[in-house]
Design a protein around this ligand. Structure first.
Ligand SMILES: *Cc1c(COP(=O)(O)O)cnc(C)c1O
Length: 357
C-alpha cells in the first residue's frame, strides 16, 4: 500500500529527489566520496550552495539588494535572532498577532526589546491591514504569512509603512509569489517547504544589517557576519542544504512558483468546497483568511475526529490530526504533496461522510 503524509512538517520529498539525494550521499558526482564527506570550504560544497542560491533567486525573483543566508536553528531561532540583529537597546518592534506561531515569535522578541503588538486576529480570522496600527519609529514590523497550526493565511502582503516588514514565511514559503522587493527580511525554516530540518533560509535587505545590537551575537547567528562569509562562518547544515538544493531544482523544473501557486489554490479550494458543502465537516476560518497550505477542519465530535484519523491511517493517509494546541483535523498540502495523495484524501472524506454523516 502507498502511504502519503499530510503532516504540517516535514513536507513530503518527491521520489525523484529522494533517489537523487540517496545517490549524492552514496557518492557525490563521481568524486569518490559521499556528499556527507565534502569539506564545507571546498569547491564541491560551494557548487551546491551556488545552485541552491541561484535557483532560489530565480524562483522568487530576489533583487540584488537582498542577500540569501543558509543558517542553522530553524524558524524558532529566528524568533530571537531577528530582534537581536535588527534592533538594539531602546528600539521598539511592531508585531502582528495572528495565531500560535506569531505568539511564539512575540514571546521571544519580548525578552529582548520593547514589543508592541499592533494588531491581533480573532478566532478564525487574521487582522486586516487597515487594523494594523503601524509605528513609523519601529525597528521593523513582524508578521506571519501563514499560521500553520491555526490554518490561517494572509492572502496579500501589506503595502507601504516606514518600518521594514519582516515575515515568517515558514508555513507557505515557495507556494506563492513573494514581493521580496517590498520586504526587509523573510525567513523560512526549510523543513516545511524544502524538506530537511535544521536549515533556515533568510532573505534580507543588506542595508538592514548594520543596525544590529552590535556585539553579543553568537558568530553563527550574526546575520552581518554570515552575509560577509556567504553563510560559512562555521560549518553550515550541509545535508539540509543539499536536500534544499535538490528540492529547489525540482521546483524550477516543475514550472516554478506560478505553477506551484496555481496548484496550491486549486487543491485547497477543492478541499474547502467539500467541507463547506458537506453539512458534516466544518471549517471555522473565514474564507478570506483560510490557509491554502494547512486546511484545518472539524467533525461534529472528537470521537468521530479520532476515527477519521484512524481510518485514514489504515488507508495510508497519514498525519491528519491537528496541531496539539488546536486539536481537530488538518491536511497540509505542500508543493511536493502528490496529486494521488490529494485525490485519495478527497475520496476518503466523501466516503467517510457517507458512512457517518
Ligand atoms: C513550523 C513553523 C515554525 C517552527 O519551525 P522550526 O523549524 O521548528 O523552528 C515557525 N513558524 C511557522 C509559521 C511555522 O509553520
Amino acid at each position: 500500500m502507498k502511504r502519503f503524509s499530510f503532516a504540517a512538517g516535514p513536507c513530503p520529498i518527491p521520489p525523484e529527489v529522494k533517489k537523487q539525494v540517496a545517490e549524492d550521499v552514496r557518492e557525490w558526482k563521481g568524486c569518490g566520496v559521499s556528499a556527507l564527506e565534502l569539506p564545507f570550504t571546498g569547491d564541491e560544497f560551494a557548487e551546491i550552495l551556488e545552485s541552491a542560491e541561484s535557483d532560489l533567486r530565480s524562483l522568487i525573483e530576489i533583487p540584488r539588494s537582498h542577500k540569501i543566508l543558509f543558517l542553522q536553528g530553524g524558524a524558532t531561532a529566528q524568533f530571537a535572532l531577528v530582534p537581536m540583529n535588527l534592533a538594539r537597546v531602546g528600539w521598539h518592534c511592531d508585531y502582528v498577532e495572528s495565531g500560535y506561531w506569531s505568539r511564539r515569535a512575540i514571546e521571544e522578541a519580548a525578552s529582548w526589546w520593547d514589543v508592541r503588538v499592533i494588531a491581533s486576529g480573532a478566532a478564525g480570522r487574521v487582522p486586516n491591514f487597515d487594523e494594523w496600527r503601524r509605528n513609523s519609529d519601529a525597528a521593523y514590523c513582524h508578521f506571519t504569512s501563514n499560521e500553520s497550526a491555526d490554518g490561517l493565511q494572509f492572502h496579500e502582503f501589506p503595502q507601504g509603512g516606514k518600518a521594514p516588514l519582516v515575515v515568517d514565511m515558514t508555513g507557505d514559503f515557495l507556494t506563492r509569489p513573494i514581493p521580496v522587493e517590498q520586504l526587509g527580511l523573510v525567513y523560512a525554516s526549510a523543513l516545511k517547504s524544502l524538506g530537511a530540518s535544521g536549515l533556515t533560509i533568510v532573505i534580507v535587505r543588506a542595508d538592514l544589517l548594520v543596525r544590529g545590537s552590535s556585539g553579543g551575537i553568537p558568530a553563527p547567528f550574526d546575520l552581518a557576519r554570515q552575509t560577509a562569509a556567504r553563510s560559512k562562518v562555521n560549518t553550515p547544515p550541509m545535508l539540509a542544504i543539499l536536500v534544499a538544493a535538490r528540492m529547489l531544482r525540482w521546483l524550477v523544473e516543475g514550472g516554478g512558483i506560478s505553477t506551484a501557486f496555481l496548484r496550491s489554490q486549486e487543491r485547497s479550494a477543492n478541499l474547502y468546497s467539500i467541507i463547506d458543502g458537506s453539512g458534516f465537516y466544518r471549517c471555522d476560518a473565514a474564507p478570506d483568511a483560510r490557509s491554502r497550505v494547512n486546511v484545518c477542519f472539524r467533525l461534529p465530535d472528537p470521537e468521530l475526529e479520532e476515527s477519521f484519523a484512524h481510518e485514514a491511517e489504515a488507508l495510508g493517509l497519514l498525519h491528519l490530526r491537528g496541531h496539539k494546541r488546536v486539536g481537530g483535523l488538518r491536511a497540509s498540502f505542500y508543493n511536493s504533496t502528490a496529486d494521488e495523495a490529494v485525490d485519495g484524501l478527497l475520496e476518503f472524506m466523501t466516503n467517510f461522510m457517507r458512512r457517518n454523516g
